[in-house]
Ligand binder design. Structure first.
Ligand SMILES: [Fe+2]
Length: 326
């Protein structure tokens, strides 16, 4: 695998005070000095994970994908150039701004800006969360996942899968195409939803404790129109989460308890259930909208059939190994 994880996300937004409140008081990130109109936030020992530009129209500015070394970065740049992609080797000034050793950038076929980097800077001081949370599940799994709208999945799919090397985890084809991709043990670091639109659908951050999510949910419900999907559990990655409206027109998923897959043995497959075992009521959709009704019918069907995640909660290594073999 070339790309190893989602390293950072950049948001184009002038709503910097809204983002500061959202990222610190609700998400629990730590604001750090970034200079000028830029706002940057930490989630762990990295110097920054979320960057808000302070200018431009609202939406996704860039996704930052990580590779292990400068050699990997050069190999990827070569592969992209051979395929006709215009790759820019970014100057040191931008690498310094991103707190990485080196980075390249290029657009995907629908114009989303992709950055690939190596050598992230590690902060000298410990992460101090913006509210009292246990912390974020990052490390080798990366900062979380990003889900893009796709005008045309058939154009984006070969680019991300065949050129960039994202591995399909699972996919749904009806009523629209939905592809999930992994780079590491996280069930998906990236996904695309064939909504016919362009831009970011949501990004997800995972917490270390269910109580982080529950308390965040209470806080989010105190704010009018903040919760976009109610608490629920996804059927593919088993994430227990809710979604919030971010200040910039896309959602942020706040979750806990996703499964970790084994990329060496994982087989991509089509899914027919879900997207949720329960919950995830789409509050942002009109109550009688056909999509909201359809999703509700699907999860009630999952409830009737008793579909559920196998929770790794036995704390018994022997039982885990038996379940694993089966
Ligand atoms: Fe998600």
């Amino acid at each position: 695998m070339t790309l190893s994880a989602l390293g950072y996300i950049g948001v184009r937004s002038t709503k910097t005070s809204d983002w500061t409140h959202f990222a610190t008081d609700l998400l629990g990130m730590q604001q750090v000095d970034a200079g000028g109109p830029v706002r940057a936030f930490r989630m762990d020992d990295r110097k920054q994970r979320l960057i808000v530009t302070g200018e431009g129209s609202e939406g996704l500015d860039f996704m930052g994908w990580e590779v292990a070394s400068a050699g990997e970065l050069d190999r990827l740049a070569g592969r992209l150039e051979n395929a006709g992609v215009r790759v820019k080797s970014e100057a040191t000034a931008l690498a310094d701004e991103r707190h990485v050793a080196r980075l390249i950038s290029f657009p995907d076929p629908e114009g989303n800006r992709i950055e690939v980097f190596c050598g992230p800077d590690i902060a000298a001081d410990p992460f101090r969360p913006g509210r009292q949370i246990s912390g974020f599940k990052t490390g080798a799994l990366g900062m979380g996942h990003a889900v893009l709208h796709a005008r045309n999945v058939d154009v984006l799919l070969p680019f991300y899968r065949d050129l960039l090397g994202f591995h399909v985890t699972d996919y749904g084809l009806k009523p629209y195409k939905l592809y999930f991709f992994h780079l590491n043990g996280r069930h998906h670091s990236f996904a695309m939803v064939g909504s016919g639109r362009q831009g970011l659908h949501h990004f997800m951050v995972e917490l270390l404790s269910l109580d982080d999510v529950g308390q965040g949910y209470d806080l989010a419900q105190e704010e009018d129109g903040r919760v976009a999907y109610t608490l629920g559990r996804h059927s593919n990655d088993h994430m227990m989460s809710y979604y919030m409206n971010s200040p910039s027109g896309f959602f942020v998923e706040y979750g806990w308890g996703a499964r970790v897959i084994n990329p060496a043995t994982w087989q991509p497959h089509e899914t027919f259930d879900g997207p949720s075992y329960w919950g995830h009521e789409r509050l942002y959709m009109p109550e009688d909208s056909p999509d909201r009704e359809r999703l509700k019918a699907m999860r009630l069907d999952a409830a009737r059939r008793g579909l559920r995640a196998n929770d790794p909660a036995s704390n018994c290594a022997w039982l885990e190994s038996v379940i694993g073999r089966e």
